[in-house]
Ligand binder design. Sequence first.
Ligand code: SF4
Length: 712
Amino acid sequence: MRKTSESVKSGKEEVVKSICRMCHGVCGVIVHMRNGIVVKVTGDPESPLSNGFICSKGRASVEYLYHPDRLRHPLKRAGAKGENKWKQISWEEALDTIAQKLLDYKKDYGPESVALAVGTGRPYQAFALRFANAFGTPNVVSYAHICYLPRVVASIITCGQLPICDFYGFGGVHPRCVVVWGCNISETGAADGMCGNQLTLARRTGAKFIVIDPRRTKLASKADVWAQVRPGTDVALAMGMLHVIIHEKLYDKAFVEQYTEGFDRLVQHVKGYLPSKVAEITWVPAQIIRQMARLYAETKPACMLWGNGLDESINCFQTARALLILRAVTGNIDVPGGDVFWIPPKGVVQTSPFMDPSIILPEMVTPEASARKLSAGQSLMNFVLRHSTFWDAVLTGKPYSPKVLIIVGTNPLLTASDCLKGEQALKKLEFTVALDLFMTPTTQLADIVLPAATWLEQDDIADLHFIWCVAARQKVVEIEECWDDKKIFIELAKRIGLKDCFPWNDVREYCDFVLKDTGLDFEKFTKLGILKGEMQYRKYEANGFPTPSGKFEIASSILDSFGYDALPDYVEPPESPYSAPELAKEYPLIAITGCKVEPFFHTEYRQLKSQRKRHPDPLVEINPATAKELGIEDGDWVWVESPRARIRQRAKLSPDIHPRMVAIQHAWWFPEEEPPEYGWKRSSANLLLDHRPADPIWGSESWKGFLCKVYV
Ligand code: SF4
């Protein structure tokens, strides 16, 4: 443990520097210990990633760590599924049972009969994917069709790597303009490896702010320009901005001429996106579109922080492409204070499969098994297996029946679409294992539940995907029989003949392996705390871009070769007042869901008193004028109904939401209520969703911008 001088002075008291992982964030924190017990977690003012910031989730880490309801021992089902009857078993018995089942099903039905389901990016991600590949199954169920990966892949095919905001000033310059698009990390804490505090610091250095969001977030209320975009239409807005930038010759001519491919086609293409037309599509006034375009193009350097708000729509992939093109034509790519391609620290093995897929051993899945992936042929660019595809296969046996599911750190009954079908599928599967910290509606339907560890119980080299450093996370305590997910996979691999693929005896050995070419072992690394890459800007001047043409591909040759539009174009969302006018008579409001709220991280932390006190009930945000028409008052319990289902949430009246839109909180369940359901069917927004893949390129579902009605 990396102790500071304070620990030496204070006898039994110690402080340990680490990296919080209560969300996607990266915040450097100080863990305060007394007599071997964690008593407090505070922000680390010396952390260059977060500069002392900590949110309520980070502070609640202690409550989470020692929560009385935590799973502390492996459990085996002792009644029917959902009866909540469990028998405590040893790790030996749990792992031996699971290993034998995996080997038996592989022998009898092939490796593809076993699937893994993973959650949002946590330290186990590479381990779970490596395990799936080493075992030989192509079936990994995930959220990558609606979260982050579309932006990563759009970036890779357009310019070779995900560009990230350069807030840190390593090049001697900070952004003078920041566009925040579909992202609210200044309120929720962090996302995609970026701490929300960076926005606060950018405001202090005088940056101009443009915020694009259907809701007037706190940041939007202070921004220089706020565009209240109609959900799902962001790509049209971006094309409208490009129209203004090109028409008014505000683009970076030198960069465009020398380093891009397809600009001439873009010039013709954006003629169809007059601001007046875009205003009709997006509901953003034409003068705001012009104002945003001018401010962004003329204030250099500028960076663009984008978020999950863009991913869940029919236009998901092309929206990401349009925002990349905006960055390029304004000359903000890989320049100090712009959107840059960070260089990771030398010698560190990349543990992010987004940076280096070889870490997950993709070659271990045979071509025959790959061809039997359940999502094969669904979408040319999409290698993701969506939950609904998996549930269908389990329930119908077509194209074949998966038999086993290993669920790692995810609660898909609440966070995936088609969740009632998911419940039936979980009941039907022949063998299910769940790794989690608490019993949830999902783990209740498993056969074996394994107790996982919090970030305070894990050693790790925090790799933040595409960021300029890796940072040390240190195990400071052990709670009974809770295990780090990484250890679970190492131990399981030993039992099924995959030791070659998981050659480490324990997690420490794995951490040493990651650092082996740095001259450090994990112990020494924890004393340093952070390893930085050496940044070089404008790498394209020497090397071009790692794309087929060697240029920034405004017109994508890869999309072209797959038969998709090489340039972004707008498509109306499938369930909107324009595409479904008859339906809109019955369901007149446009819904968004999935916006995070600060005390929680998706389904997590609802059992923490501190967090529930701050946010006791599920809330649907509705404009006061709309509420008045509907006879709804602030705090009323209301029905929110879509063409698929209805749920109960409390009305939160807010002028910050458009009168024709509502924002429905997602991932609600009530751990204090009776198992096995814990009340999840009452308020879970995902019951309302259309599970059909909408984006033809990426298979994203249309979770932002479906129709609903609200009533008492
Ligand atoms: S934003 Fe995320 S990483 Fe940062 S303190 Fe909060 S929970 Fe931890």
